[in-house]
Design a protein around this ligand. Structure first.
Ligand code: CO
Length: 134
């Protein structure tokens, strides 16, 4: 059911420092920071030949990643995002198999203007999983 790995998201305490690490130490193509107020994050997109890395930093007091950063002050991997062809069909299949969909179970428009859902990490090997309709 799942398709390509769309991105891996990493929460970082210092976006500029993490951008330099990816651009200079690792030699990757790195975007300028982009504020996404609707998602409570500032993000830097790292373009790799086969996928993307998203460096995330909290934006605003109600940021959904503020608690994660407080618990992981050096930063850490936050979620992986897999592409699906039909997000509603994917959701229904997962729910039928007993997987927990976070929130109200309705897809939201994600950082790439496509519908996304998040799945409970306890059902997926301890990893928060985002599904994005390709
Ligand atoms: Co994501």
């Amino acid at each position: 059911m799942i398709g390509r790995l769309n991105h891996v998201a990493i929460v970082v305490p210092d976006l500029a420092a993490a951008s330099r690490t990816y651009a200079e130490t690792l030699g990757a193509k790195v975007s300028a920071p982009v504020d996404l107020p609707a998602h409570g994050v500032t993000t830097v997109f790292v373009e790799l030949p086969n996928t993307k890395i998203e460096l995330l930093h909290p934006l605003g007091a109600a940021s959904p990643i503020a608690k994660f950063l407080a618990e992981h002050p050096s930063g850490g991997m936050h979620h992986v995002c897999y592409e699906v062809d039909d997000i509603l069909a994917a959701r229904d299949r997962l729910k039928a198999q007993g997987a927990r969909v976070l929130g109200d179970g309705e897809p939201k428009i994600g950082a790439h203007d496509r519908p996304v859902l998040f799945l409970h990490p306890k059902d997926f090997a301890g990893t928060l999983v985002e599904l994005e309709q390709a």
